[in-house]
Design a protein around this ligand. Sequence first.
Ligand SMILES: NC(=O)c1ccc[n+]([C@@H]2O[C@H](COP(=O)([O-])OP(=O)(O)OC[C@H]3O[C@@H](n4cnc5c(N)ncnc54)[C@H](O)[C@@H]3O)[C@@H](O)[C@H]2O)c1
Ligand SMILES: [Fe+2]
Length: 440
Amino acid sequence: MTCCHLSTDQTIDGDTAFTVETSAITFGPGCLAEAGDVARELGIARIALVTDPLLAESDHVGVVLASLRTAGIDVAVYDQVRIEPTDVSFRAATDFARHGDVDGFISVGGGSVIDTTKAANLYTTHPADLLTYVNAPIGEGAAVPGPLRPHIACPTTSGTGSECTGIAVFDLLEMKAKTGIASKMIRPTRALIDPLVTASLPSPVVASSGFDVLSHALESYTARPFRHRPRAEPPAQRPSGQGANPWSDLGCAEALRLLGLYLERAVHDADDTEARHQVMWAATLAGIAFGNAGCHAPHGMSYSVAGMVQDFQPDGYPRSEPIVPHGMSVIVNSPSVFRATAPVDPQRHFQAARWLGVDAGSGAGEATDADAGELLAGRIIELMRATDMPNGLSGVGYGPDDIDSLTAGSLPQRRLLDNAPIKIDRAALVGLYRDALSYW
Ligand SMILES: NC(=O)c1ccc[n+]([C@@H]2O[C@H](COP(=O)([O-])OP(=O)(O)OC[C@H]3O[C@@H](n4cnc5c(N)ncnc54)[C@H](O)[C@@H]3O)[C@@H](O)[C@H]2O)c1
Ligand SMILES: [Fe+2]
């Protein structure tokens, strides 16, 4: 592995320590059936089970409901989560929770469901206007005043890692851009990660959420090192997006290695249990990693790619409204960004390409520092083509005329952009979007 950022050469005013936090995790086939026990252990008497309309009919929700009922826990079901949630859908879930008289939450679904549950828990426990806790400058960025009610998160996609992060993302409709809430207070209390859920995932969802995982790992591994971030004041208030650190590096390395081996197989064959379970484990590792390092430009840029969608309707997702699914909105930016960031730390970009499966025989052995970005971008593009991902921004409906608006939408995402290893200002964003228009 390249430099682990633990060297003693302290950078001027940079931080000197890093913090590792995550939800308590249970991982393994069949663990959804532990939901009732866990809820009882947490002292929950009446729980809100939050899910989306499609999953409401699934065996996964059935297993959780049966387990909760066997444990004698009263359940109020909310099954109206919007895929790619908005301020409107966050408010609707909050209204349900407010009137549900519940003392805990269980989310069964992908990132859309888990994030919605975090919001419903937050705004019923510490009521406020929606923008109060939303990241500045879009919201007020107010600190969450204290702990929330217990939340058991049960992810059903092999993707976001939301079950172990203190982040909730939504589309602010009036701005046509995504934004979010970031606070360790909103991190779920427990995560039940059951890889059996992946058997029913449509192939396009495995692909899109798998590329979310891939970019979480690549962005965390190449993020500004934690020693280069100015120290928080007081120091214990360091953000979860604290920069690359030795702990996050470990999770990124293994997640990338597993994705290099298994992502294509998991996308193409729902019966390939080994591949689907390994991608679920990669999602968990990358989730813990980015929850303690932070993503950077591909995610920052994705927020306007998703928010400004015109008429794109991908296979495998609900057809009710146009969306660019999260993983897709991220990965269309990634090759462009890693070509630009590689010169800052070529060895890290080389190493990431190797973990993803680029071997010495295909060029890495003889390659020089100048080739690092191209090798990494090339491998990402190869995986995108092999799994029917769109060909850059043009593949999800954008053209050169949209670059100014895409830039304006992502420029306020400073939490993410400032975690990049290069300076990301307006001019840099314009260049990155231009280079992301198409790749083949
Ligand atoms: N909070 C975080 O840390 C974080 C990180 C990354 C992304 N996100 C957010 O998560 C959201 C995306 O979540 P996602 O990619 O997990 O997908 P999702 O929750 O949007 O679900 C995608 C589709 O897959 C279906 N589905 C989910 N599980 C299934 C299963 N086991 N079988 C069959 N169908 C299933 C859903 O019904 C839906 O149609 C975005 O809003 C994104 O911004 C949050
Ligand atoms: Fe993501």
